[in-house]
Design a protein around this ligand. Structure first.
Ligand SMILES: Cc1cc2nc3c(=O)[nH]c(=O)nc-3n(C[C@H](O)[C@H](O)[C@H](O)COP(=O)(O)OP(=O)(O)OC[C@H]3O[C@@H](n4cnc5c(N)ncnc54)[C@H](O)[C@@H]3O)c2cc1C
Length: 187
């Protein structure tokens, strides 16, 4: 606030040039993520989400495998993002993204209200948690009480098997149809 009777004085100075050795940080490499590689969880039909229960890279790899089997994407809770397992763009919840997939599989997520507000409009919610009292079980359609390190690979295997069977049936049906087409009805 200006004060009557007081005046400022303009002083020109020069800042010392900082040498590289005086800097405490160093840019080692800049890695840019190609725009096409970004995961858009808001548009996903299937989301496999992980929380603190993932424990790290091994748990995350299991989720990626399940997401791959289902043609979905991986997302997570704030705890998973804070641990550095997932980028913030893949966080679901109050301070993350709001999602509305057809299928949301929550693995090792307790079900805090700040997480639920971001996924409560999912069509079908499956929860996997080893704590039968976890609040997520009150917000899901199907709950599996168990260790995600056992449950998730078993689900992945089952889905892959079902897909193979379905593809086999589809191939058989296409072959039938082709042979039927070669001998038109009545000929
Ligand atoms: C202002 C504010 C905004 C927030 N915004 C968000 C937000 O946007 N999104 C969000 O997610 N959170 C948000 N939070 C944080 C939120 O309150 C919770 O702390 C967070 O959601 C907890 O994450 P979590 O469920 O992964 O971890 P935890 O609550 O620690 O739960 C981990 C769960 O994993 C289970 N588990 C552990 N090991 C296994 C295993 N091997 N197999 C199966 N289950 C296992 C445990 O039983 C437990 O239920 C916010 C909080 C605040 C205050």
């Amino acid at each position: 606030m200006p004060q009557p009777g007081r005046q400022g004085r303009l002083v020109r100075g020069t800042l010392p040039t900082l040498s590289d050795s005086a800097l405490l940080t160093e840019v080692v490499e800049v890695i840019r993520q190609p725009a096409g590689d970004a995961v858009h969880i808001e548009d996903a039909r299937v989301i496999v989400a992980g929380g603190r229960g993932l424990g790290g890279a091994r748990g995350l790899a299991l989720l990626e495998d399940l997401a791959d089997a289902l043609g979905g994407v991986v997302a997570g809770s704030r705890a998973a993002v804070e641990q550095g397992w997932l980028p913030h763009e893949q966080q679901v919840g109050q301070t993350g993204r709001t999602v509305r997939p057809k299928l949301y599989i929550a693995c090792g997520i307790s079900g805090a209200i700040q997480h639920l507000v971001g996924m409560q409009n999912s069509e079908v919610v499956v929860a996997i948690n080893r704590d039968p009292e976890a609040p997520i079980f009150r917000a899901c359609n199907y709950g599996i009480v168990g260790d995600l390190f056992e449950v998730v690979p078993a689900l992945t295997q089952r889905f892959r098997q079902a897909r193979q069977e379905w593809e086999h049936q589809l191939t058989a049906a296409a072959t039938d149809l082709a042979s039927y087409g070669g001998h038109p009805h009545g000929s």
